[in-house]
Design a protein around this ligand. Sequence first.
Ligand SMILES: C[S@@+](CC[C@H](N)C(=O)[O-])C[C@H]1O[C@@H](n2cnc3c(N)ncnc32)[C@H](O)[C@@H]1O
Length: 448
Amino acid sequence: MDVLNLPNNEDDATRVFPLAFIASGDLRHVVGTLNCPPSNYSGNLKILMNDHNVPTVCRNIVILLILGTTPDKTMAADIALHFWYSVFMPVEYRITISAIITLLVKRAYDQGFGSLVFPLGQNSSRTCTITKPMCIYFGHYLSTSFSAQEIQGHYDKVRKAPSRGDYRDKMYAALRPSHRVAFQHFRRFGLILPCGAPNAYFNAPNLSLFSLKGEWLETDYADPLEGWEGRGERQKTTEKHTEPTLKTFTAASTFPSLNSCMLDAYDLGRKFRDGSLSADGIPSSIRFDRIEVSNIIDVNYVGLNNVLTSWSPLLCNNRTAAILGYFMNWFMIKGDGRVSGAGGSVNTKLMGSLMDKIKQGPEWNRMNLSDMETRIYTLADVVDTVYNNAKPFSEFLKKQLEGIDDILKKTGLTLRRKHAILSPVRIPALLEYPQIYHFRIYRDWELA
Ligand SMILES: C[S@@+](CC[C@H](N)C(=O)[O-])C[C@H]1O[C@@H](n2cnc3c(N)ncnc32)[C@H](O)[C@@H]1O
């Protein structure tokens, strides 16, 4: 996602834009934003990235340093890509990463922790707040205490858990045979390589994806495809899309300055305002053109109320500045957000229309009986992709806003009537690949 969307907003190729990603998760929205300004853009992007999760922040810092310090940009993108996603990597990559981390940890201990500045070229720098617990994770990434077999064992324990066999079979059943093979290949090896590419030299464990005890940190269904837009064959898609994206990012990242913090998003807003981060090079006078808050507006995270109260004073006072966030868990609260809660008649109608579509498709007449049965069996899992839940979402949002009228008055914010940054587009779904769709549900907030 490009949180700036310059052509639709400021349309100014010379301005400096401070941007905040306050519950960033991984780097993809920062990468998406840095890669998008027009080629004549000569301003400067000042980026603040924050997440309260130690391993997440540590991994982001290492990726940024790989991209910023490896002289060969193609190599930098490939090393960063495998550090980001692959369970094993070539031993040469691990040596490069170890050198970067060793330098980082040495500087942290020499300088007594806190804010460290890494100048990258003439116009760019990374300022990272490094704490002792973070150095434990950095040390873990370099550890030689786990053999490749042990790590493969921990990985398999989750990714091939017998208790999840039913889930996996249902997922494979909904795929075309070639995609099924590619998905299975990725589950087996966990490598971002095209299906069938030689992988014998990918044998150094990527411990950043494992806990300090060596346990796989992700779910059994974690999939990089969920983070990047794109369709087609799986590893190919991720590699084809992400690696060039990272290369562009490496080139673009010669200009921005980036601060990386590890705090609770609510506390961070408060600390900004009271000036307690000035020692880290962030003055209390700073105001952001965009504040991307991810889905921490969901009630089970920080909540809309707290996020808007804490961050609205830090938004620039102009018509293009915006706080961007989305509700990821809304359908758990609003039952009819999914077909299963919308009533039997909606389900029957949608299943019927799906069935009609399948019967009209070119493949139906060529299928044998068991393929037909499989196709019918998988309909229940994909029926949400054809359910239009825009109305339940509007009702949910209206209810949320009822409760925060006072906050909106106090903060001077308003929910935009028309999206200017990211349209809430429902990507058309192809029935065969339900796993690779995601729906954009970001909302923009601006000062009234
Ligand atoms: C809310 S989660 C959801 C994942 C997200 N939908 C995505 O697409 O990556 C996003 C990130 O927010 C971080 N997070 C959650 N609560 C936070 C908080 N109170 N302060 C800072 N970061 C937080 C999590 O560590 C996670 O990396």
